[in-house]
Design a protein around this ligand. Structure first.
Ligand code: SAM
Length: 202
């Protein structure tokens, strides 16, 4: 099964509340975004899936929001949930490693997507696209599983990171401005350690 088929199957077979990364309130992501952009900049959520982040951003006055995901099923479900408010968001179905350009955004957010990129060439393309998409002074907020998390997520191998190893992936185009540890409680009740880094585009 290729990458797209995998994620289409995940979203077709599971309800939002059944996936391990489900959270009713994306409070860590939102607070990190708000911290760097109280002036309501533009935000792109990479691998947004069916996250509640877009409506939380809309609720707080963010006007230019885009959600990109490899899964058509996820994007279709997220749009349906937002009903008429879905029209205020740009929805992009694409594999982030195959996108040439996304235009410009002030903030790039990714919770639990970069860690699925096992191939260094895919990670290099990801960093190049983020560098192209963010202006100097823009922010990249990225959350991955931490070193002590299980080596697989959603049935796929993941790269686990600590702050130095994640920072090294984005250097020298980005410098770390904040490090946040987070323990996510999965719907099963199990705990999963995440690390979030906020980077500034140099
Ligand atoms: C663990 S889920 C996290 C979803 C969301 N960020 C959240 O926090 O609820 C990973 C998401 O990344 C998407 N994804 C995985 N690989 C991708 C890729 N190469 N390009 C774009 N999206 C991808 C999946 O479809 C899925 O929605």
């Amino acid at each position: 099964m290729n990458r797209k088929e995998h994620w289409e199957t995940v979203y077709t077979k599971n309800k939002d509340t059944e996936v391990g990364w489900y959270q009713a309130d994306p409070e860590v992501s939102f607070s990190l975004i708000e911290k760097v952009s109280p002036s309501r900049g533009s935000v792109i959520d990479i691998g947004g899936g069916t996250s509640r982040l877009p409506e939380k951003l809309l609720d707080h006055g963010y006007e230019k929001i885009a959600v990109l995901d490899i899964s058509t099923a996820a994007i279709t479900r997220a749009k349906a949930r937002l009903t008429e408010r879905a029209g205020h968001i740009e929805w992009i179905v694409a594999d982030i490693t195959e996108v040439e350009t996304l235009g410009q955004f002030d903030i790039w957010h990714d919770r639990a997507v970069f860690h699925f990129l096992l191939n260094p060439a895919d990670r290099k393309r990801y960093v190049e696209l983020a560098t192209l998409t963010l202006p100097t002074g823009g922010y990249l907020i990225i959350g991955t599983v931490a070193l002590d998390a299980p080596p697989r997520c959603s049935g796929l191998d993941v790269c686990r990171y600590d702050a130095p190893s994640l920072a090294a992936e984005f250097s020298p185009a980005f410098r770390v401005v904040e490090e946040t540890s987070h323990i996510h409680t999965m719907p099963s009740g199990k705990l999963q350690h995440y690390i979030f880094l906020t980077f500034e585009r140099m």
